[in-house]
Design a protein around this ligand. Structure first.
Ligand code: ARG
Length: 471
């Protein structure tokens, strides 16, 4: 057909699509599948309905549609919500995305009122609204899961406020700490993660609707009313920005990547601690699997997968950043690609948090192995140096004297505490008869008695602070 020739819609427009009026031929089947998003964006359905109903109420409130139209739209949407919840809704690829599927069903159910719904809005501000509503709900659920995981860590830490283990730097025994203190370090990280998510929520919770396609709309809309209706803290202040930026999704994914990164670190430790070489802990069988060939194996699959899935979430963060970086204002179809990484980030994070809290409740601690490991690596050498400093030696000289003592003990295959007072005095005349009191693991730990320190009293105080905050 000559494209110069005027044609009527009846002659040539492919039926079905909401936008097909200006097209001369139907969309290629492969392109239809390539451009459709309904396979994944149907997850937004209930939020799409919520947003549409709020929009319709506002349109009726300012007199753009009639009260009868609103009643029809509300009735139709109630039915559609039921169909979706019961799994009866027929999703159609021809209708491209969640928005057009629901709008078409509404029109089939209630007629003209359904056709009036899209007045003063575009799928551009609609989808941005849906994603924000969906993500806000996810953030609220995730916040609860983070708190539950913190509770499980605090519970275990409380049981082990006095359990001595080696603290490591460079994975070499450094100084003794308590296992409770070690666990509370992760509790601290997760507290910040929760704060970050709550802060991110403020920027998610802004209403794009009203931006329409990009420039706003000529109808006398009341955006504040829609925002209130949908529980948003306010409206997006610029229509171009409202439909185009996905920084809120990127920010959330960055928060999620940090949660996963923290849990990946803990996972790495659980894996090490469970290996027979360390033998510090055991993880309940229900979180482990065996080997099909090696009968002796019990593998820490869950922590290993958390470590692996952290790569996946970090990948989603990079995908979203890359999705955004070259886009001119305003909306571009690229943004349709925001959903799968975002959905998968939420799914992965929720599963991880829930499983992790349960798994930590199934951790058993081999306190004797931890203590023995702490006793092996000259973990109280710093305590001896501090002892000499308190008796007047400059720290650098004390460090040197103790290093020589460690070398001697190491050559003999014994610990510092195994050297006699007289032998220790050979490295510094300041060594007194009480020197062994600072060389014990428990003495070392108890002496770190300030806020943030590993003394059991301080660990208990940290636990009490966390419990007060967790409620
Ligand atoms: N499915 C689309 C998305 O997820 C909805 C917005 C489409 N807008 C458009 N102008 N084609 O981004």
């Amino acid at each position: 057909m000559n494209s110069e020739q005027p044609t009527t819609a009846a002659q040539s427009a492919p039926s079905g699509q909401a936008w097909s009026g200006r097209f001369h031929e139907p969309v290629d089947e492969r392109v239809k599948r390539y451009t459709a998003s309904v396979f994944f964006d149907h997850r937004l359905a209930l939020f799409d309905i919520e947003g549409s109903v709020a929009h319709a109420r506002m349109l009726a409130g300012v007199g753009v549609i009639g009260a009868n139209d609103l009643a029809d739209i509300e009735r139709g949407m109630t039915q559609i919500r039921g169909e979706i919840e019961r799994g009866e809704f027929q999703w159609s690829l021809d209708l491209e995305d969640v928005h057009l599927n629901i709008e078409r069903r509404l029109t089939n159910l209630v007629g003209d009122a359904g056709k009036r719904l899209h007045t003063g809005r575009s799928r551009n501000d609609q989808v941005a609204t849906d994603v924000r509503l969906w993500l806000r709900d996810a953030i609220d659920r995730i916040g609860g899961h983070v708190r539950d995981l913190r509770r499980s860590l605090v519970d275990l830490a409380e049981q082990h406020a006095d359990t001595v283990m080696p603290g490591f730097t460079h994975l070499q025994v450094a100084q003794p700490v308590t296992f409770g203190h070690h666990l509370m370090a992760y509790q601290e990280m997760l507290t910040r993660d929760g704060e970050r998510l709550a802060d991110c929520r403020k920027r998610v919770n802004r209403l794009p609707l009203g931006a329409a396609a990009l420039a706003g709309t000529s109808y006398p809309i009341d955006r504040e009313r829609v925002a209130r209706d949908l529980g948003f803290d306010g409206v997006c202040g610029n229509s171009l920005d409202a439909v185009s930026d996905r920084d809120f999704a990127i920010e959330f994914t960055a928060c999620a990547a940090l949660v996963m990164t923290h849990l990946s670190r803990l996972s790495e430790e659980l894996i090490l601690w469970m290996s027979p070489r360390f033998g510090f802990i055991d993880i309940a069988d229900r979180f482990c699997t065996g080997s099909s060939i090696m009968p002796q194996k019990k593998n820490p699959d869950v922590p290993e997968l958390v470590r692996g899935k952290t790569g996946r979430v970090n990948g989603h963060l990079v995908a979203l950043l890359t999705l955004m970086k070259g886009q001119p204002l305003a909306y571009n179809k690229d943004n349709q690609e925001d959903k799968e990484p975002l959905f998968d980030t939420v799914d992965t994070l929720v599963d991880t948090l829930v499983i992790y809290a349960e798994m930590m409740r199934g951790v058993t601690v081999k306190a004797d192995r931890m203590r023995a490991a702490a006793a092996e690596g000259f973990a109280t050498a710093t305590d001896l140096a501090d002892y000499l400093v308190k008796r007047g030696l400059p720290f650098r000289e004390a460090h040197e004297a103790v290093a020589l003592a460690v070398r001697t003990a190491s050559d003999r295959g014994v610990d510092l505490a195994d050297l006699t007072v007289a032998e220790l005095r050979a490295f510094s005349p300041l060594v007194g008869d009480d020197v062994h009191s600072v060389l014990t693991l428990d003495g070392s730990i108890a002496s770190r008695d300030h806020i943030g320190g590993t003394a059991p009293a301080q660990v208990r105080a940290a636990i009490a602070r966390a419990r007060a905050e967790l409620g």
